[in-house]
Design a protein around this ligand. Structure first.
Ligand SMILES: Cc1cc2nc3c(=O)[nH]c(=O)nc-3n(C[C@H](O)[C@H](O)[C@H](O)COP(=O)(O)O)c2cc1C
Length: 242
């Protein structure tokens, strides 16, 4: 058993990795990490989620397909009637996710999102008005930040929010297990924007929806991997009794 102090230090040392080495991850290691993830709690032990592991050609193909769609959307966003028309006549590129990827954020939470966004762009050296730089960072999400493995989480439609909770508890164990083994991870809601492009790559029952992806691999020494998103004080999370 690890001591409470060891656990605290370990949990606090996990950070999202946003730049990976191309070094492949041994399939046996991926298996060990997924096995650890299965020790997570689950609603009624239903394990109401499924997991798609994309490596090699499948990983590259999904990334390319998402990038193809993003390219059409980015052209439409950067203005100009041609870009908008280009998107309109390419319905396959429309970003249609299985869950509502909430935008804009609720007013009271939005400043937290702006803070992390601004800090990350600063570490990456992307100026506020550098739209091309921002688009390139968005695209790097779709390249899975160079990670050789992307793990997709799908949640059963029939259990509402609790299947997403099951998938997310699995995800947290997965990310901690990877961290314990010297690997990095980044949860990626961004890759859930074009759910069809992902789901068609797996023999997935129709009752499952794409929740998000997790990039997995060995972290590079890029400064972005040393960025530590600040934590709000715990007291901000605690609701007072009446
Ligand atoms: C469900 C979920 C989706 C996320 N999606 C993205 C994403 O698309 N791109 C990204 O760079 N980070 C993403 N993140 C990572 C968060 O930005 C990160 O966890 C947060 O800023 C805290 O930083 P830390 O993980 O380094 O502690 C996501 C995290 C979660 C839990």
């Amino acid at each position: 058993m690890i001591t409470p102090k060891e656990f605290s230090a370990f949990a606090a040392s996990r950070r999202s990795t946003r730049d990976f080495l191309p070094t492949p991850v041994d399939p046996a290691l991926i298996d060990d990490i997924l096995t650890d993830a299965m020790t997570a709690p689950s609603w009624s032990n239903l394990r109401s989620f499924m997991v798609g592991v994309a490596t090699g050609e499948r990983r590259d193909h999904i990334s390319a397909e998402i990038l193809r769609r993003w390219d059409v959307v980015a052209r439409a966003r950067s203005g100009g009637i041609r870009g908008i028309l280009g998107l309109l006549i390419r319905p396959w590129a429309w970003p249609i996710s299985d869950y509502n990827l909430v935008r804009p954020y609720p007013k009271e939470l939005a400043p937290r999102g702006r803070k992390i966004g601004a800090e990350l762009y600063q570490v990456l050296g992307v100026a506020r008005d550098d739209l091309a730089g921002r688009d390139a960072q968005t695209a790097s999400n779709y390249k899975f930040f160079g990670a050789p493995v992307e793990i997709f989480l799908f949640a059963h439609k029939g259990l509402g929010v609790y299947s997403v909770s099951d998938a997310s508890l699995f995800a947290q164990n997965l990310m901690l297990s990877a961290h314990a083994r010297g690997l990095g991870t980044c949860a990626q809601g961004s890759v859930a924007l074009w759910s069809k492009a992902v789901k068609r790559e797996f023999n997935l029952p129709r009752s499952y929806k794409l929740v998000y992806g997790i990039a997995l691999g060995y972290p590079s020494d890029h400064p972005v991997n040393s960025y530590g998103a600040e934590r709000l004080p715990l007291s901000d999370m605690i609701v007072d009794g009446v």
